[in-house]
Design a protein around this ligand. Structure first.
Ligand SMILES: [Fe+2]
Length: 283
Protein backbone atom coordinates (compact mmCIF):
# COMPACT_ATOMS: atom_id res chain seq x y z
CA UNK A 1 0.00 0.00 0.00
CA UNK A 2 1.30 3.47 -0.88
CA UNK A 3 2.14 6.16 1.65
CA UNK A 4 -1.03 8.27 1.51
CA UNK A 5 0.86 11.45 2.44
CA UNK A 6 3.00 11.02 -0.69
CA UNK A 7 -0.18 10.90 -2.77
CA UNK A 8 -1.91 13.85 -1.10
CA UNK A 9 1.22 16.02 -1.43
CA UNK A 10 0.93 15.69 -5.20
CA UNK A 11 -2.19 17.89 -5.16
CA UNK A 12 0.16 20.89 -4.99
CA UNK A 13 1.64 19.89 -8.36
CA UNK A 14 -1.65 20.46 -10.19
CA UNK A 15 -2.18 23.80 -11.92
CA UNK A 16 -4.58 25.50 -9.46
CA UNK A 17 -8.02 26.38 -10.75
CA UNK A 18 -8.24 30.19 -11.26
CA UNK A 19 -9.96 31.99 -8.36
CA UNK A 20 -12.37 33.64 -10.83
CA UNK A 21 -13.74 30.20 -11.78
CA UNK A 22 -14.53 29.23 -8.17
CA UNK A 23 -16.07 32.68 -7.57
CA UNK A 24 -18.31 32.30 -10.63
CA UNK A 25 -19.29 28.79 -9.59
CA UNK A 26 -20.11 29.95 -6.05
CA UNK A 27 -22.27 32.78 -7.43
CA UNK A 28 -24.03 30.45 -9.84
CA UNK A 29 -24.87 28.07 -6.96
CA UNK A 30 -26.12 30.88 -4.72
CA UNK A 31 -29.88 31.44 -5.20
CA UNK A 32 -29.50 34.98 -3.78
CA UNK A 33 -27.01 36.13 -6.39
CA UNK A 34 -28.13 37.65 -9.67
CA UNK A 35 -27.05 36.87 -13.21
CA UNK A 36 -25.67 40.39 -13.58
CA UNK A 37 -23.30 39.77 -10.62
CA UNK A 38 -21.85 36.80 -12.51
CA UNK A 39 -21.51 38.84 -15.71
CA UNK A 40 -19.76 41.60 -13.69
CA UNK A 41 -17.21 39.08 -12.38
CA UNK A 42 -16.36 38.11 -15.96
CA UNK A 43 -16.20 41.73 -17.17
CA UNK A 44 -13.72 42.58 -14.41
CA UNK A 45 -11.28 39.95 -15.64
CA UNK A 46 -9.86 41.20 -18.98
CA UNK A 47 -7.95 37.99 -19.83
CA UNK A 48 -11.03 35.87 -19.18
CA UNK A 49 -13.22 38.23 -21.20
CA UNK A 50 -10.82 38.17 -24.16
CA UNK A 51 -10.65 34.37 -24.10
CA UNK A 52 -14.41 34.09 -23.80
CA UNK A 53 -15.04 36.42 -26.74
CA UNK A 54 -12.54 34.47 -28.85
CA UNK A 55 -14.53 31.27 -28.20
CA UNK A 56 -17.89 32.97 -28.72
CA UNK A 57 -16.73 34.45 -32.04
CA UNK A 58 -15.48 31.07 -33.30
CA UNK A 59 -17.24 29.02 -35.95
CA UNK A 60 -18.59 26.83 -33.09
CA UNK A 61 -21.34 29.36 -32.40
CA UNK A 62 -21.68 30.54 -36.04
CA UNK A 63 -23.18 33.87 -34.96
CA UNK A 64 -24.27 36.36 -37.61
CA UNK A 65 -22.16 39.17 -36.12
CA UNK A 66 -18.96 39.63 -34.12
CA UNK A 67 -19.46 39.90 -30.36
CA UNK A 68 -17.54 42.70 -28.69
CA UNK A 69 -18.50 42.54 -25.02
CA UNK A 70 -19.62 40.17 -22.25
CA UNK A 71 -23.05 41.85 -22.45
CA UNK A 72 -23.14 40.93 -26.15
CA UNK A 73 -22.15 37.36 -25.33
CA UNK A 74 -24.82 37.03 -22.64
CA UNK A 75 -27.45 38.36 -25.07
CA UNK A 76 -26.50 36.09 -27.96
CA UNK A 77 -25.35 32.93 -26.18
CA UNK A 78 -26.99 33.12 -22.76
CA UNK A 79 -25.40 33.34 -19.35
CA UNK A 80 -25.79 29.62 -18.61
CA UNK A 81 -23.58 28.67 -21.52
CA UNK A 82 -21.14 31.50 -20.77
CA UNK A 83 -20.68 30.15 -17.23
CA UNK A 84 -20.10 26.64 -18.62
CA UNK A 85 -17.47 27.96 -21.06
CA UNK A 86 -15.66 29.81 -18.28
CA UNK A 87 -15.64 26.76 -16.00
CA UNK A 88 -14.57 24.44 -18.81
CA UNK A 89 -11.68 26.67 -19.88
CA UNK A 90 -10.52 26.98 -16.26
CA UNK A 91 -9.74 23.26 -15.94
CA UNK A 92 -8.51 22.45 -19.44
CA UNK A 93 -4.80 22.73 -18.63
CA UNK A 94 -4.87 19.89 -16.10
CA UNK A 95 -7.29 17.65 -17.93
CA UNK A 96 -5.60 17.64 -21.33
CA UNK A 97 -2.64 15.62 -20.12
CA UNK A 98 -2.45 11.86 -20.75
CA UNK A 99 -2.87 9.43 -17.85
CA UNK A 100 -0.66 6.35 -18.05
CA UNK A 101 -2.27 4.43 -15.17
CA UNK A 102 -5.72 4.70 -16.71
CA UNK A 103 -4.61 4.01 -20.28
CA UNK A 104 -5.65 7.46 -21.48
CA UNK A 105 -3.62 9.30 -24.11
CA UNK A 106 -3.19 13.05 -24.29
CA UNK A 107 -6.56 14.77 -24.51
CA UNK A 108 -8.63 11.68 -23.75
CA UNK A 109 -9.56 12.50 -20.15
CA UNK A 110 -10.41 15.99 -21.41
CA UNK A 111 -12.73 14.55 -24.08
CA UNK A 112 -14.36 12.26 -21.50
CA UNK A 113 -14.79 15.13 -19.01
CA UNK A 114 -16.32 17.59 -21.46
CA UNK A 115 -18.60 14.94 -22.97
CA UNK A 116 -19.70 13.84 -19.46
CA UNK A 117 -20.57 17.44 -18.64
CA UNK A 118 -22.53 17.71 -21.90
CA UNK A 119 -24.43 14.48 -21.13
CA UNK A 120 -25.09 15.58 -17.53
CA UNK A 121 -26.66 18.76 -18.88
CA UNK A 122 -28.89 16.78 -21.25
CA UNK A 123 -29.93 14.47 -18.39
CA UNK A 124 -30.64 17.41 -16.06
CA UNK A 125 -32.80 19.04 -18.73
CA UNK A 126 -34.61 15.75 -19.33
CA UNK A 127 -35.37 15.49 -15.60
CA UNK A 128 -36.62 19.08 -15.48
CA UNK A 129 -33.85 20.17 -13.08
CA UNK A 130 -34.03 23.93 -12.61
CA UNK A 131 -31.64 24.39 -9.68
CA UNK A 132 -27.95 23.51 -9.43
CA UNK A 133 -27.55 23.13 -13.20
CA UNK A 134 -24.05 24.61 -13.13
CA UNK A 135 -23.15 22.44 -10.14
CA UNK A 136 -24.17 19.31 -12.08
CA UNK A 137 -22.27 20.44 -15.19
CA UNK A 138 -19.12 21.27 -13.21
CA UNK A 139 -19.26 18.10 -11.12
CA UNK A 140 -19.52 15.98 -14.27
CA UNK A 141 -16.56 17.89 -15.72
CA UNK A 142 -14.40 17.51 -12.59
CA UNK A 143 -15.54 14.16 -11.18
CA UNK A 144 -12.32 12.33 -12.15
CA UNK A 145 -9.90 15.04 -11.05
CA UNK A 146 -8.40 12.59 -8.54
CA UNK A 147 -7.18 10.50 -11.49
CA UNK A 148 -4.77 13.28 -12.43
CA UNK A 149 -2.73 12.37 -9.36
CA UNK A 150 -3.66 8.75 -8.76
CA UNK A 151 -2.76 7.69 -12.33
CA UNK A 152 0.92 7.28 -11.51
CA UNK A 153 0.12 5.12 -8.46
CA UNK A 154 -2.42 3.06 -10.42
CA UNK A 155 0.24 2.44 -13.09
CA UNK A 156 2.65 1.20 -10.42
CA UNK A 157 0.03 -1.21 -8.99
CA UNK A 158 -1.71 -2.08 -12.28
CA UNK A 159 -1.18 -5.83 -12.02
CA UNK A 160 -2.59 -6.11 -8.49
CA UNK A 161 -5.56 -3.86 -9.34
CA UNK A 162 -6.31 -5.86 -12.49
CA UNK A 163 -6.36 -9.15 -10.55
CA UNK A 164 -8.94 -7.75 -8.11
CA UNK A 165 -11.07 -6.27 -10.92
CA UNK A 166 -10.92 -9.12 -13.44
CA UNK A 167 -10.56 -12.19 -11.20
CA UNK A 168 -12.32 -11.20 -7.99
CA UNK A 169 -15.14 -8.95 -9.21
CA UNK A 170 -14.00 -5.75 -7.52
CA UNK A 171 -15.15 -2.45 -8.97
CA UNK A 172 -12.18 -0.33 -10.08
CA UNK A 173 -12.60 2.23 -7.30
CA UNK A 174 -12.74 -0.53 -4.64
CA UNK A 175 -9.59 -2.06 -6.13
CA UNK A 176 -7.82 1.34 -6.01
CA UNK A 177 -8.80 1.69 -2.36
CA UNK A 178 -7.68 -1.84 -1.47
CA UNK A 179 -4.33 -1.75 -3.25
CA UNK A 180 -3.33 1.92 -3.01
CA UNK A 181 -5.21 2.86 0.15
CA UNK A 182 -7.23 5.62 -1.54
CA UNK A 183 -9.43 5.79 -4.63
CA UNK A 184 -9.77 8.57 -7.20
CA UNK A 185 -13.09 9.73 -5.71
CA UNK A 186 -11.53 10.32 -2.26
CA UNK A 187 -8.49 12.00 -3.74
CA UNK A 188 -10.69 14.18 -5.98
CA UNK A 189 -12.62 15.30 -2.89
CA UNK A 190 -9.33 16.29 -1.22
CA UNK A 191 -8.43 18.37 -4.30
CA UNK A 192 -11.85 20.02 -4.02
CA UNK A 193 -11.23 20.88 -0.35
CA UNK A 194 -7.82 22.32 -1.12
CA UNK A 195 -9.28 24.42 -3.93
CA UNK A 196 -12.23 25.61 -1.76
CA UNK A 197 -14.96 23.99 -3.83
CA UNK A 198 -18.46 24.03 -2.33
CA UNK A 199 -19.51 21.17 -0.05
CA UNK A 200 -22.04 20.01 -2.65
CA UNK A 201 -19.43 19.83 -5.40
CA UNK A 202 -16.99 17.96 -3.15
CA UNK A 203 -19.77 15.51 -2.18
CA UNK A 204 -20.54 14.67 -5.82
CA UNK A 205 -16.85 14.20 -6.71
CA UNK A 206 -16.42 12.00 -3.60
CA UNK A 207 -19.40 9.77 -4.47
CA UNK A 208 -19.70 9.88 -8.27
CA UNK A 209 -19.57 6.08 -8.62
CA UNK A 210 -22.41 5.76 -6.04
CA UNK A 211 -20.71 3.05 -3.97
CA UNK A 212 -22.52 4.40 -0.88
CA UNK A 213 -26.24 3.68 -0.77
CA UNK A 214 -26.90 7.16 0.66
CA UNK A 215 -25.37 8.82 -2.42
CA UNK A 216 -27.93 7.03 -4.60
CA UNK A 217 -30.61 9.16 -2.89
CA UNK A 218 -28.86 12.32 -4.05
CA UNK A 219 -30.26 13.57 -7.35
CA UNK A 220 -27.28 15.66 -8.49
CA UNK A 221 -24.80 12.86 -7.72
CA UNK A 222 -27.00 10.33 -9.52
CA UNK A 223 -27.14 12.53 -12.63
CA UNK A 224 -23.34 12.85 -12.71
CA UNK A 225 -23.03 9.08 -12.17
CA UNK A 226 -25.39 8.41 -15.09
CA UNK A 227 -23.51 10.84 -17.33
CA UNK A 228 -20.35 8.83 -16.62
CA UNK A 229 -22.18 5.57 -17.41
CA UNK A 230 -23.49 6.99 -20.71
CA UNK A 231 -19.95 7.98 -21.73
CA UNK A 232 -18.68 4.52 -20.79
CA UNK A 233 -21.46 2.85 -22.79
CA UNK A 234 -20.55 5.07 -25.74
CA UNK A 235 -16.88 4.14 -25.31
CA UNK A 236 -15.80 7.76 -24.99
CA UNK A 237 -12.22 7.60 -23.72
CA UNK A 238 -13.03 5.26 -20.87
CA UNK A 239 -9.49 3.90 -20.47
CA UNK A 240 -8.48 0.76 -18.60
CA UNK A 241 -11.13 1.24 -15.91
CA UNK A 242 -14.02 1.62 -18.35
CA UNK A 243 -17.06 -0.50 -17.46
CA UNK A 244 -15.28 -1.73 -14.30
CA UNK A 245 -17.79 0.09 -12.09
CA UNK A 246 -21.14 -1.02 -10.69
CA UNK A 247 -24.37 -0.21 -12.50
CA UNK A 248 -27.24 0.60 -10.13
CA UNK A 249 -30.39 0.34 -12.23
CA UNK A 250 -32.59 1.61 -9.37
CA UNK A 251 -31.01 5.05 -9.86
CA UNK A 252 -32.94 5.44 -13.14
CA UNK A 253 -36.26 4.97 -11.35
CA UNK A 254 -35.33 7.30 -8.49
CA UNK A 255 -34.49 10.22 -10.75
CA UNK A 256 -37.26 9.35 -13.18
CA UNK A 257 -35.13 8.58 -16.24
CA UNK A 258 -36.36 5.73 -18.44
CA UNK A 259 -34.17 3.44 -20.53
CA UNK A 260 -35.72 5.11 -23.58
CA UNK A 261 -34.60 8.52 -22.22
CA UNK A 262 -31.07 7.13 -21.93
CA UNK A 263 -31.19 5.78 -25.49
CA UNK A 264 -32.31 9.19 -26.74
CA UNK A 265 -29.55 10.96 -24.83
CA UNK A 266 -26.97 8.57 -26.28
CA UNK A 267 -28.35 9.28 -29.78
CA UNK A 268 -28.30 13.04 -29.12
CA UNK A 269 -24.73 12.91 -27.81
CA UNK A 270 -23.64 10.91 -30.88
CA UNK A 271 -25.15 13.62 -33.08
CA UNK A 272 -23.31 16.30 -31.10
CA UNK A 273 -19.92 14.60 -31.06
CA UNK A 274 -18.50 16.56 -33.98
CA UNK A 275 -19.53 19.79 -32.27
CA UNK A 276 -17.96 18.66 -28.99
CA UNK A 277 -14.72 17.80 -30.85
CA UNK A 278 -14.66 21.29 -32.26
CA UNK A 279 -15.28 22.77 -28.79
CA UNK A 280 -12.42 20.73 -27.27
CA UNK A 281 -9.96 22.37 -29.67
CA UNK A 282 -11.03 25.87 -28.64
CA UNK A 283 -9.63 25.60 -25.11
FE1 LIG B 1 -14.56 8.14 -11.74
Amino acid sequence: MSDLNDIVEQIDLLAPIPAIATQILAKSEDPDSSMSEIADLIVNDPALTANLLKICNSAYFALPRKLESVKDAVTWIGLDQIVELVLTSSVSENFKKGLVGYGLGEGELWRHAVTSAHVAKLLANRCGVSQNKHLIYTAALLKDIGKLILGRFVAFSAEKINILVHSQGYSFNDAEKTIIGMNHEELGALVGEKWSFSKKLIYIIRHHHLADESARQNRETSLVYLADIVCMLMGICTGTDGLSYRFYSDVLRRINVSEKDLEEIIAQTSENRQKIEYLLKLF
